[in-house]
Design a protein around this ligand. Structure first.
Ligand code: UT7
Length: 334
């Protein structure tokens, strides 16, 4: 059976750079606190009102870059898989919106709701579709606009400083030979921890779904128990890396590059330490972009390739952990 290969990669981030110093003018925080606790120096925000964009706009630009990298036309794509927690609308999903923006009327679009692990969930679905021969060229996108939904007051400072806007995309198709392709993907979820990181309102379990009082109380902003998320992430990520390595019959020492979901530089460093990987084999770019949730893995992978840190044939390991909880790992020969 032919493996699934990454034929092209692309990303897009808004041009507006938001530094820690800028945030510290809007809320009680500091460059020192943010860098020490998260490693983040700056992130990108969509520039409202000058250049308004939604998640699907970022996605369309990242997709165009990935298509160019793959040497494909948009019309070569026969399926879109789109991961986000910040869709333009509650429904329909962003998949159809990006399809329309790319001129792909009639092409199926599947939306994935698995937050930081969304790209890996999408990768497993795409891998199964391609192996079954259901589709030949899949566009897999992770895209987020967080900045329009964060509480930039002291109340929301723990969450607001972490997240950034961005998009990453991959064109996937059958590998030409065994020197390339996805070797293993492992996914997990545990909804007992749903309250640890979530956006409570609007909710279909409430009548009405949101009230003015809810808005005044900030219930339309994400809530996070950062310490608990951190604690679970640094255990689950190395664990699932072990799982994909075992599935492929490989060892940690075979990994050429680990690309962890960019949640917090301290999380990436803890995962690196647990796996005993040298700095040269771990790629981080959270310093520039913050946590871009579903976009973070394709954004980091694309940058790693463009910087020459990942070459064709390298063994690349991806891992993510986030809201749900959901987590996963993937092993591929780039
Ligand atoms: O994408 C996957 C999902 N998300 C994650 O993986 C995030 C995981 N968690 C984290 O990254 C960290 O828990 C945070 C960066 C969110 C927080 O770091 P922490 O070291 O766990 O800090 P903390 O929550 O224990 O807060 C320590 C102190 C508190 O003050 P007191 O109670 O010690 O007086 C907070 O109120 O830091 C305060 N604090 C802040 N201070 C300045 C919280 N946010 C901020 C802030 N600036 N932005």
């Amino acid at each position: 059976m032919q493996r699934t290969a990454i034929l092209g990669l692309g990303h897009y981030v808004p041009s507006r750079v938001v530094t820690n110093v800028e945030l510290s003018k809007r809320m009680d925080t500091s460059d020192e606190w943010i860098q020490q606790r998260t490693g983040i120096k700056e992130r990108r925000h969509v520039d409202f009102p000058n250049d308004p964009m939604g998640s699907s706009d970022l996605a369309a630009r990242a997709a165009a870059n990935a298509l160019a990298d793959a040497g494909c036309a948009a019309t070569d794509i026969d399926c879109i898989i789109y991961a986000t927690l910040s869709p333009d609308r509650n429904f329909p999903g962003d998949g159809v919106l990006v399809g329309a923006k790319l001129g792909l009327a009639g092409v199926p679009a599947l939306d994935i709701r698995n937050q930081c692990s969304g790209f890996l969930y999408g990768l497993q679905v795409a891998d199964a579709f391609l192996k079954a021969g259901t589709y030949k060229r899949i566009l897999l996108i992770g895209s987020e606009v967080h900045s329009t939904g964060l509480d930039f007051t002291d109340r929301g400072r723990d969450v607001a400083v972490i997240f950034g806007d961005g998009a990453g995309a991959a064109v996937l198709g059958p590998a030409r030979d065994d020197s390339q392709g996805v070797l293993a993907v492992a996914l997990h979820a545990d909804g007992r921890f749903a309250d640890e990181l979530h956006l409570p309102f609007p909710s279909s379990a409430k009548m009405p779904r949101i009230t003015e009082e809810d808005v005044r109380a900030g219930k339309h902003y994400p809530v996070m128990n950062g310490k608990n998320v951190f604690k679970h992430a640094i255990v689950r990520m190395p664990e699932v890396v072990g799982e994909v390595l075992a599935a492929a019959g490989l060892a940690v020492s075979d990994i050429d590059m680990l690309i962890p979901h960019q949640a917090n530089l301290r999380i990436s460093e803890a995962v690196q330490k647990k796996l005993e990987l040298p700095d040269a084999k771990v790629f981080n770019n959270i310093q520039k972009y913050g946590n871009t949730t579903a976009a973070s893995i394709p954004l980091a992978l694309d940058e790693a390739v463009r910087q020459g840190r990942v070459a064709r044939g390298d063994l690349v390991c991806l891992t993510a952990f986030g809201a749900g909880f959901t987590w996963g790992g993937a092993l591929l020969r780039y």
